[in-house]
Ligand binder design. Structure first.
Ligand code: GDP
Length: 179
């Protein structure tokens, strides 16, 4: 990463077990990535950073370790408004995780963060075709009712993960222009 690159904070939130760690790890090996470094904080949470080249401009994206962001609103360091992008993940095979994602979207909307921050709803584990419980349309319509972007991914099979990374950065840059 370079000191001259714009630096953005990305918070991956959602229920435990939906694949936040798996997605972040996939981001770190993305083809758009130039370099990464990770460091262990004293509270044992891992901060991961990737440098992404998009449209001729390199940007650094910091991902907060999902373990410490499960409960976003208790986290003093990563306060919702201090984050450039909120990526809210659920599993398409887990209804409860979808409900948790909708709760988070609701909270963000209440705090008016939706307007000036990139918000992306992600249905992960799209490879679990037979175990799917949450339909694509359901995710899509929920996202549109909360004015946020939507995609489905499989961190397991690395489907749509690079596209998500690029989508996060694109949304951050769009919101920056509107600010
Ligand atoms: P986290 O608690 O949200 O960070 O979830 P993890 O990344 O630790 O993933 C929880 C479990 O789901 C692990 O066993 C992963 O291997 C599995 N997993 C994560 N992403 C996918 C996926 O896209 N498809 C499938 N089938 N399993 C996944």
């Amino acid at each position: 990463t370079s000191m001259t690159n714009p630096k953005y904070k990305v918070l991956m939130s959602g229920a435990p077990g939906v694949g936040k760690t798996a997605l972040t790890n996939q981001f770190l090996t993305s083809e758009y990535m130039n370099a990464y470094d990770s460091l262990l904080n004293d509270d044992d949470s891992m901060e991961k950073s990737v440098s992404v080249l998009l449209d001729g401009q390199e940007s650094d994206m910091d991902f907060l370790d999902p373990e410490s962001s499960t409960n976003l609103y208790d986290d003093k360091v990563w306060e919702a408004s201090a984050v450039d992008a909120h990526v809210i993940v659920y599993s398409v095979a887990d209804r409860t995780s979808f409900e948790k994602a909708v709760d988070i979207l609701f909270e963000l909307k209440q705090s008016d963060i939706t307007k000036h921050h990139a918000i992306i709803l992600v249905g992960n584990k799209s490879d679990l075709v037979r175990a799917r419980i949450v339909a694509t349309e359901e995710g899509k319509s929920t996202a549109s009712s909360y004015d946020c972007k939507f995609t489905e991914t499989s961190a397991g099979l690395n489907i749509n993960v690079d596209e998500l990374l690029v989508g996060i950065l694109t949304q951050i840059r769009l919101k920056e222009k509107c600010a």
